[in-house]
Ligand binder design. Structure first.
Ligand SMILES: Nc1ncnc2c1ncn2[C@@H]1O[C@H](COP(=O)(O)OP(=O)(O)OP(=O)(O)O)[C@@H](O)[C@H]1O
Ligand SMILES: [Mg+2]
Length: 136
């Protein structure tokens, strides 16, 4: 379990790299690791940019891997809108750093097998992702 702080751009990305290393050490499939790393990174960056303090947990099972990222930030007002490609509320500062294409959530959707985004304005955001692990 790794906790991270809002606007911590120095440590941002660290939690997903840790997860990547754990999965590599377990000899998981490279393509699967890549998909999980993309989702972890995008989710983590969203917490740093738009969320609050966050917690990332990963659960590794025989049949599936569950990645859970939650934060106590401002929350998402309209999840359906936030899921659309190109929608972003990123600031000028974020855009200067190369973020704000509005592709993070669509990327998570494309790279996970099951995705649930729960959020309430003022109460934070909970993103739950599942990845199937095939037996071979
Ligand atoms: N954890 C969060 N807390 C609050 N708002 C969020 C959170 N995650 C996403 N959002 C909202 O959803 C929008 C879309 O997120 P998405 O990751 O798709 O794009 P982005 O972060 O703006 O840009 P990119 O990920 O391409 O750098 C964000 O601009 C923000 O308004
Ligand atoms: Mg994003």
């Amino acid at each position: 379990m790794t906790a991270f702080k809002k606007r911590d751009f120095v440590r941002a990305g660290e939690a997903s790299i840790n997860i990547q290393n754990i999965l590599k050490s377990l000899n998981m499939d490279h393509k699967l690791i890549r998909r999980i790393a993309i989702c972890g990174y995008e989710g983590e960056m969203n917490v740093v940019m738009h969320g609050g303090d966050g917690i990332l947990t990963v659960e590794i099972d025989t049949g599936k891997i569950v990645l859970d990222i939650s934060d106590n930030g401002d929350g998402i007002e309209n999840i359906e809108l936030a899921m659309q490609k190109g929608y972003s509320t990123a600031t000028e500062e974020h855009r200067e750093m190369g973020f704000g294409a509005g592709m993070g959530l669509p990327n998570i959707k494309a790279n996970s097998d099951v995705l649930s985004v729960e959020s309430e304005k003022g109460k934070g955001t909970h993103v739950l992702m599942e990845f199937n692990v095939s037996a071979d």
